[in-house]
Design a protein around this ligand. Structure first.
Ligand SMILES: *Cc1c(COP(=O)(O)O)cnc(C)c1O
Length: 414
């Protein structure tokens, strides 16, 4: 596109904009199970109005916009309240999970350096299932990543003894996920915490996708194991608001056990021509709307609202589990929250994925082992029977294609 010499009227552009989405995944019809968290029209409306209310304001200027500074504090405080943040715990809002993870690693590195450790070389030790945001951040900071295979006993959990063995004097962080993205499984964080305490290591819990889900699942009676600041080894956590917090996109939290750890995060700089500037996170300009939308959704839903929505997601996941098992699939490990991965003992998951994709479903896959992957939203309660019906048809399509192939081969050799 070349920029038009003369602009067009907004009505015209608006119409154009609307039509732009016509080939996108049909998430409003529950046809995606990745990328979008659909909690219904009412929440979407609140996100929009609350975002618009502070859309032009900038979280970079807490003195100019004490409103945003206070809302950020409130959001962080609500997060810490849900995740057993002890007295003195603190944190910040960031633009997303990758940002939160980057800032946590930067903080752990600078904390280690302040103690005279890992000055020249540093590494982080994580389960193979941990999110690749850790590698991205480590790449930026020239930190070595040690990914340790998960257990092969069918649990898909982090292998704690192997992780412990991989740590050394230059390890600035150990990571556990609650849950991990590929399998939706919560790592044995308590055992990781014990290693961290015994060895004096920094444990980060990546609760990007579970931080605003697991506490409510537990309130609903789901046996969620300890995974947060309740465990003494946990020094930092990442928890995304724009996932199961149902906030507008561009909102996450990075949380620390104490102010003494947190103080290694902000960047304070005055060696330039401009005014001195202190920024807590990676961003300079911080969109006010992301803060106000998160604050508004959290206040609108409250504990009751989240319990209801997350209960709905867990119930849908249980229906998926039943449905796919009836079709002969096996579920990976023991998922407790909103993510689930499953595979077929005879038919390749990616072939089935291709069929279900052709039927209009934009879902995801897990690579090891090859599986179909769903990240469920409250709205899926209305659509999951359709999904299971199409999954069955997809499986049959793969089976008949295979049978046809077999007949062809037999015909050739007979
Ligand atoms: C989504 C996710 C991330 C990354 O978050 P973004 O907001 O996509 O940057 C990190 N870890 C886990 C477990 C996630 O699910």
């Amino acid at each position: 596109m070349i920029m038009p010499e003369q602009g067009r009227p907004w009505q015209d552009v608006k119409e154009d904009l609307k039509n732009r989405g016509s080939k996108d995944a049909k998430w409003r019809d529950g046809r995606t199970a990745v990328y979008v968290f659909n909690a219904g029209e009412e929440i979407a409306q609140i996100q929009k109005e609350a975002y618009a209310a502070f859309m032009s304001e900038n979280g970079l200027g807490p003195l100019a916009f004490p409103s945003l500074a206070q809302m950020e504090k409130d959001v962080v405080s609500m997060g810490l309240g849900l995740l057993h943040g002890p007295e003195g715990s603190t944190g910040a809002m960031t633009s997303g999970g990758t940002d939160s993870i980057t800032m946590a690693i930067k903080t752990a590195r600078d904390f280690a350096r302040a103690q005279g450790r890992a000055r020249d070389r540093a590494n982080i030790v994580l389960p193979f299932s941990a999110h690749l945001a850790f590698d991205k951040a480590a790449h930026l900071m020239d930190i070595e990543v040690r990914r340790i295979p998960v257990k092969t006993d069918g649990s898909y959990e982090a292998d704690i003894p192997e992780m412990a063995a991989a740590c050394d004097d230059e390890t600035i962080m150990m990571v556990g996920s609650a849950p991990n993205f590929p399998h939706g499984i919560i790592d044995p964080i308590e055992a990781l915490s014990e290693v961290a305490v015994a060895r004096g290591l920094w444990l980060h819990v990546d609760a990007c996708v579970g931080g605003y889900f697991a506490p409510f699942a537990r309130m609903n009676g789901v046996p969620v194991p300890a995974f947060d600041f309740e465990l003494p080894g946990v020094q930092s956590m990442s928890a995304d608001l724009h996932k199961y917090g149902y906030a507008a996109k561009g909102a996450s939290t990075v949380l620390f056990r104490s102010e003494a750890l947190f103080e290694h995060m902000p960047f304070d700089m005055n060696q330039w021509s401009g005014a001195p500037m202190k920024t807590p996170t990676l961003a300079g300009t911080r969109p006010g709307g992301a803060i106000s939308a998160a604050w508004a959704v959290m206040n609108h839903l409250g504990i009751d609202g989240y319990k209801r929505l997350q209960g709905q997601v867990c119930a849908t996941r249980a229906r998926v589990e039943d449905g796919v098992k009836r079709l002969g699939f096996e579920v990976l490990g023991n998922p407790l929250l909103g993510l689930i991965a499953f595979r077929h003992p005879e038919h390749h998951a990616f072939a089935i994925y291709g069929e279900i994709y052709r039927r209009g479903w934009f879902t995801s896959v897990t690579k090891s082992p090859p599986s179909l992957h769903l990240m469920l939203s409250p709205k899926h309660a209305d659509f999951i029977d359709d999904y299971l019906r199409d999954l069955e048809a997809s499986l049959h399509a793969v089976v008949s294609a295979k049978d046809a192939e077999k007949l062809k081969v037999e015909a050739r050799y007979s």
